[in-house]
Ligand binder design. Sequence first.
Ligand SMILES: N[C@@H](CCC(=O)N[C@@H](CS)C(=O)NCC(=O)O)C(=O)O
Length: 252
Amino acid sequence: MTKPIRVWVSPPGSNSWKVIFVIEELGLPYELVSLRFENIKKKPFTDVNPNGRVPAIEDPNTDMTLWETGAIIQYLIAQYDAEHKLSYATFKEQNLCNQWLMFQVSGQGPYYGQCTWFTYLHKEKIPSAIERYADEVRRVLGVLEGVLAAKPEPRWLVGDRMTFADMAFVPWNNRLELLLSVPEEKKWEGIPHVQAWHESMTSRPSWIKSMEVRARLMDEQGLDWNGMPKGTKSFHEYQESIAAADKSEEHP
Ligand SMILES: N[C@@H](CCC(=O)N[C@@H](CS)C(=O)NCC(=O)O)C(=O)O
């Protein structure tokens, strides 16, 4: 029997939910270690991932510790998707899935992450930086829109069914209204194929369950959906509370 995989997560960020989505879809048992964002760069987590970024997994079935979502997803597929529920057995499709996964981890995640950083968390407001990363988010969405629009129905990145490559894009695309600072009803403007593709994945029980787990963990940490402590009025106020907490730790 498969023993539960330990997954180190921090609920507000996007990256942890990529891995939980895949684990849920594969129906694997798992247990969570839920970190507060301010504890990610500290022990005990840095003993698991010296780079201090979530998620990371510890799999007692294979004695494997891994970090970086691209590597974790490839491992989960190699180890636990022998039936190719979320992957292909064919060489060409395997490489195309890897191509899209690499694009997600290097071309979507970091740019969306920087967009969030400069829009909400950076100490100064630098309009040219916010504009650059918001433009990159729109450019990446444009790439996905063009590729999906050119595919025959049903539209998936590789072949004719959902794979881990499609799933990897979901957590970051699920927060476009925050990233682009647009109202909910405007976030899919001009990208209908991305919207249909995204929503066909977010309606799956595995994603719904992943987001229920996130909501529970956010609640445990006293956080709202957007990652701010409940009752915080602005990201600026949130930044100040983090800085104050850091200071009192340095000078108790
Ligand atoms: N390339 C990494 C990115 C992971 C990452 O940036 N995770 C964020 C949370 S979504 C994090 O740990 N941030 C902590 C920090 O920046 O200190 C991956 O794909 O696993």
